[in-house]
Write a protein that binds this ligand. Structure first.
Ligand SMILES: *Cc1c(COP(=O)(O)O)cnc(C)c1O
Length: 395
């Protein structure tokens, strides 16, 4: 690659790799190795001293992983990226990096269940507190910020009710207070939303989802606005906590990324088709979809997302009984948590992903027993609609 300013779709395929340095291999080679052999004792010494670049040991860096990291940094408009063994390893690494005992983290009202679990570990073991807020207006954000707030942690759209927060508004207020903003961008993928462009300091992904896109890897990515800070995390929290990605999983993510834009366009189209269909179903009470023109939050969605994405939640009349019956009657659509795969998946948040959230809080978040979440896949949407249609007709 000679030019630096290629369009995104081109970067998904080429960024960070030149076949000249790899025996002319078109595909990025898989360096499945734990360590690297030095030619001499002196060479080893100078690599450890940082005087010479090159491999040392795969927990500190690996050529296959490096391609993935450079590609992800470019796709999220950051200066550097780190790949992890899971989305949660990325979440815990950035929160450990940004906080110390006595600090406070401000969060959006709904966050991923295990992120919630990690915040509780920080609170119980290290006295690092957190609060949740809707962060909907400047006044609300100002009121929620405490003197010891060091980080605002955002998810948008929020799982599973697709509530949105205005990333630009939050980063503007945070900057005034010198507070760093971290965005979990898993639901949108780098193709639909780029938080660093909206002023965030860090963006992270469960790469398990849309980045891999094929349902066969658990991985995480952290991208930072500043190269230096990412390198600090690499040689401290990542190296010493050790939550790195395996070269093989990095290789699969590189393969997945090549089709990211094509997949996201189809996920979005299929989800829009299903959204239209669900609007015609008499058994459906509410539908939650970011690009619903009748939702007042559509304005926020349009401002920060390129398209609506592949996730839709809806509530079925008749609560838990009908929700479970609908799931059990589906043939093509699979019952599974996770998202972003080629297969369309359906799950029941109140008994699955959000079963650990106390009922009162769950209901406040809009997660009723009749709520279902669809991760719309890449199948022909007519087949998906027919599958839903026959399941609804059995209720
Ligand atoms: C899945 C997910 C995570 C956790 O990622 P893992 O790869 O499962 O560790 C974090 N945030 C969101 C929004 C997710 O969907």
């Amino acid at each position: 690659m000679e030019k630096e300013n290629y369009q995104k779709e081109t970067l998904y395929i080429h960024k960070g790799y030149s076949s000249i340095n790899h025996h002319d291999s078109l595909a990025v080679p898989l360096y499945q190795t734990s360590t690297f052999a030095f030619e001499t004792a002196e060479q080893g010494a100078s690599r450890f001293a940082g005087e010479e670049t090159g491999g040392i040991y795969s927990r500190l860096g690996n050529p296959t992983v490096k391609v993935l990291e450079e590609r992800m940094a470019a796709l999220e408009y950051g200066e550097g990226a780190l790949a992890f063994g899971s989305g949660m390893a990325a979440v815990s690494a950035i929160l450990v990096h940004l906080t110390k005992t006595g600090d406070h983290i401000l969060c959006t009202r709904g966050i991923y269940g295990c992120t919630f679990g990690f915040l509780n570990i920080l609170k119980q073991k290290y006295n690092i507190s957190h609060d949740f807020s809707t962060l909907a207006t400047e006044e609300e954000i100002e009121a929620a910020i405490k003197p010891n707030t060091v980080c605002i942690y955002i998810e948008t759209p929020i799982n599973p009710t697709m509530e949105m927060v205005d990333i630009g508004l939050i980063t503007r207020v945070a900057k005034k207070h010198g507070i760093q903003v971290v965005v979990d961008n898993t639901f949108s993928s780098p193709y639909l939303q780029n938080p660093l462009e909206l002023g965030a300091n860090f963006v992270l992904h469960s790469a398990t989802k849309y980045i891999n896109g094929h349902g066969d890897v658990i991985a995480g990515i952290l991208v930072g606005k500043k190269k230096e800070e990412i390198e600090t995390i690499r040689m401290s929290v990542q190296k010493d906590y050790g939550g790195i990605i395996s070269p093989f999983d990095a290789w699969l993510l590189i393969r997945g990324l090549k089709t990211m834009h094509v997949r996201m366009d189809r996920h979005t189209k299929n989800a829009a088709d299903l959204f239209s269909f669900l609007q015609t179903c008499s058994m459906v009470e509410n539908i939650y979809y970011p690009f619903d023109e009748n939702n007042p939050q559509f304005e926020i969605a349009k401002k920060q997302m390129k398209a609506g994405g592949g996730l839709i939640s809806f509530t079925v009349q008749g609560g838990m009984k009908n929700a479970q019956k609908l799931m059990n009657t589906l043939n093509l659509i699979k019952i599974a948590v996770s998202l972003g795969d080629a297969e369309t998946l359906i799950q029941h948040p109140s008994t699955m992903t959000h079963s650990v959230v106390p009922e009162k809080e769950r209901l406040e978040m809009g997660i009723t027993d009749g709520l279902l979440r669809l991760s719309v896949g890449l199948e022909n949407s007519t087949d998906l609609i027919e599958d839903l249609q026959q399941a609804f007709s059995n209720l």
